[in-house]
Design a protein around this ligand. Structure first.
Ligand code: ZN
Ligand code: ZN
Length: 100
């Protein structure tokens, strides 16, 4: 599974093989080599009550909005993950929106 990585030049890029932090990689935007600063964080979610699950990219707002929308319209509980770590469960408690 590819995901975007942030480079020291400020660009992000995806690679066939995921680099490690500090690796020198080719930036196609700069047309030059740059160091990988860190992997861009990725959010995803998975519904407890049905098969709905998705990767939602790097924006936490998108993750929480989509998870909450599903939780509210379907009355389901949706587990929201950041870098494969559970962050909160939309629809699972009254303070589900307190994260953001
Ligand atoms: Zn660059
Ligand atoms: Zn569901």
């Amino acid at each position: 599974m590819n995901r975007p990585f942030k480079l020291e030049c400020g660009h992000t890029a995806e690679f066939d093989v995921n680099p490690l932090k500090g690796d020198m990689v080719w930036c196609y935007t700069c047309d030059d080599y740059h160091t990988v600063l860190y992997g861009v964080d990725e959010w995803s979610f998975q519904c407890i009550d049905c098969k709905y699950s998705r990767k939602v990219g790097v924006a936490p707002v998108t993750a929480s909005t989509k998870a909450n929308a599903h939780a509210i319209t379907k009355h389901h509980r949706v587990k929201v993950y950041h870098e494969n770590k559970l962050q909160f469960i939309a629809g699972g408690s009254k303070d589900q929106l307190a994260m953001f």
